[in-house]
Write a protein that binds this ligand. Structure first.
Ligand code: URA
Length: 438
C-alpha cells in the first residue's frame, strides 16, 4: 500500500477502505510517513469529508495506535463524561463524586491541556498534596474500594492523535467534524469506559460557536460510540457566557465544592443534574431520567456526594481540611472589583473574551510547557439577564501581578454588553442526542 494512492483517492472524493485508514494511522504513528503527505491527506479529508464508516474506522485505528485501558476489573458499568471544553467548566469536579455517590463507578482519566484555564487535573491540583498520578493497579483498586478516582491521562493514550492534532493545528485542518469527533472519541474509547455522556458546548467560548455545527459534531460522536458498541448520549449546552461564576483553577474547585455543599450557581447545578441523570441511566442505576435527577438531588442534599469527594481526595493524598474551609485553598494576593460604568441589563458576556482575560492573569497555558497560576482568575458578579447599577461590580479579578491585572480588567470590561431592554434568556441545554434521536 502507498500513501500517495490514499491521498489521490480521497482528493478525488472516493471512500477510503478500513485497511487504508489503518495503514495511514499505523505507519504515521511509527514515523514511516512524512508530515507533508499526511498534511495533504488531511486537506483532502477537509474538503472531501469522511462518511460515518470512514470516521468510525479512523477512530478505531487511532484508538489502537497506543495503550488502551482495560477497566473490566472494576465492578459495574463504567460511564465516562467528556466536555468539549469551555470557560468556567468545572462540571467534572462536582459531577464525578455525585455520580459515584449514586453507585456508578467513576474511573476517570482527565487532561491538562492548553486553554483559558488548566484542565480538570490542573484544577484539582489546587488541592494541596493531591496526587493525580496513580499506577493502573492503584487506580482500579481505589475505584473498587470507594467508587471513584480521577487521574491524569496516560502519555501513551492515542499517540496518533498527538501527532495528528499538532499537524492539524498548523495546516488549518482542525475544524472538520470527522477529525474532531475521531480525535475526541478515540481518547474516550481508549480510556476503557462502557458508556459515554458527552457535553458538547455551543457559543462564543466553545470550540463550535454555532448551534448547527455543535449538533453535527454531537451526532457524529454519538454515531461513533454506537458503532463501537458503547452507549453514548450527547447534550448540547450553552457556552455563550461562562458556566457558573468562577473562571480560574482554584476558584473553580471552590465553586465545584459549593455545588457539593448544595450551594453554588444555578446553571452549574442544573447541568450537573442533567448530565448526571444520563450517567445514572447509562450506568443502569435508574430506569428513567426523572428518577436519575431525583437521585442526584438526594445525594447532594444528604451530603453523601460531599463525603464521596472527601474520600476521593483523602485516598489520593490531598488535604481534606480545605474542603470544609475553602479559604485554605491557594489565594491570590489581590481581589479587585471591576465596576460597571453604566446601568442596564447584561445582554451578553462573551465567554471567549472572559477566557482570554483569565489567561492574561496566568490561569491558563500559552504553550504546553508554561506554568499556570492556580490562585488567579475571575469571579463574575453579574450574568446575562441580570440588572446592574452604574458603580456596581460586574466581576472580581483575583490576581498576583499588577500588570497582568490591568490587562485583564480591560479585556473583561470589553466582554460585557449592557442594554436598556431586558434581554431574552438563552437556554442552558439546547438539545440531547441519543440513539433514538439521531
Ligand atoms: N478536542 C480534541 O481532543 N480534539 C479535537 O480535534 C478538538 C478538540
Amino acid at each position: 500500500m502507498r500513501m500517495i494512492d490514499i491521498i489521490v483517492k480521497k482528493r478525488n472524493g472516493f471512500k477510503l477502505l478500513e485497511e487504508e485508514i489503518n495503514f495511514f494511522i499505523q505507519e504515521y504513528t511509527l514515523g514511516n510517513i512524512p508530515d507533508y503527505q499526511v498534511s495533504a491527506l488531511l486537506m483532502a479529508i477537509y474538503f472531501q469529508k469522511l462518511d460515518s464508516d470512514e470516521t468510525t474506522n479512523l477512530t478505531r485505528a487511532m484508538m489502537n495506535s497506543g495503550e488502551t485501558i482495560d477497566l473490566t476489573l472494576i465492578n459495574g458499568i463504567k460511564v465516562d463524561k467528556h466536555s468539549t471544553g469551555g470557560v468556567g467548566d468545572k462540571t467534572t469536579i462536582a459531577l464525578a463524586p455525585i455520580v459515584a455517590a449514586c453507585g456508578v463507578p467513576v474511573a476517570k482519566m482527565s487532561g491538562r491541556g492548553l486553554g483559558h484555564t488548566g484542565g480538570t487535573v490542573d484544577k484539582l491540583e489546587s488541592i494541596p498534596k493531591l496526587n493525580t498520578t496513580l499506577s493502573k493497579e492503584n487506580f482500579i483498586k481505589q475505584v473498587n474500594e470507594i467508587g471513584i478516582s480521577v487521574i491524569g491521562q496516560s502519555n501513551n493514550l492515542v499517540p496518533a492523535d498527538k501527532k495528528l492534532y499538532s499537524l492539524r493545528d498548523v495546516t488549518s485542518t482542525v475544524d472538520n467534524i470527522s477529525l474532531i469527533a475521531s480525535s475526541i472519541m478515540s481518547k474516550k474509547l481508549a480510556s476503557g469506559a462502557d458508556a459515554i455522556v458527552l457535553d458538547v458546548k455551543t457559543g462564543s467560548g466553545a470550540f463550535m460557536q454555532n448551534l448547527d455545527d455543535s449538533i453535527s459534531l454531537a451526532k457524529e460522536m454519538v454515531k461513533i460510540g454506537l458503532n463501537m458498541k458503547r452507549e453514548t448520549v450527547a447534550m448540547i449546552s450553552d457556552m455563550d457566557q461562562p458556566l457558573g461564576w468562577a473562571i480560574g483553577n482554584c476558584l473553580e474547585v471552590k465553586e465545584a465544592i459549593d455545588i457539593l455543599k448544595d450551594q453554588g450557581p444555578d446553571d452549574l447545578k442544573k447541568l450537573c443534574i442533567e448530565l448526571g441523570a444520563y450517567m445514572l441511566l447509562l450506568g443502569k442505576r435508574v430506569d428513567n431520567i426523572e428518577q436519575g435527577k431525583e437521585e442526584i438531588k438526594n445525594v447532594i442534599s444528604s451530603g453523601l456526594a460531599l463525603e464521596t469527594f472527601k474520600k476521593f481526595i483523602l485516598s489520593q493524598g490531598g488535604e481534606i481540611s480545605c474542603i470544609d474551609n475553602t479559604d485554605l485553598l491557594p489565594q491570590a494576593s489581590d481581589i479587585h472589583p471591576v465596576l460597571s460604568k453604566e446601568s442596564g441589563y447584561i445582554e451578553n458576556i462573551q465567554a471567549n473574551v472572559v477566557g482570554t482575560a483569565a489567561m492574561l492573569l496566568g490561569a491558563g497555558r500559552m504553550t504546553k510547557d508554561s506554568n499556570i497560576d492556580l490562585a488567579v482568575g475571575i469571579v463574575l458578579n453579574k450574568k446575562c439577564g441580570d440588572y446592574v447599577e452604574a458603580g456596581e461590580p460586574l466581576a472580581y479579578i483575583h490576581s498576583n501581578d499588577i500588570n497582568k491585572k490591568i490587562l485583564a480588567i480591560e479585556k473583561l470590561v470589553s466582554a460585557y454588553k449592557i442594554t436598556q431592554r431586558r434581554p431574552e434568556t438563552r437556554p442552558l441545554i439546547f438539545d440531547i442526542i441519543t440513539k433514538d434521536t439521531l
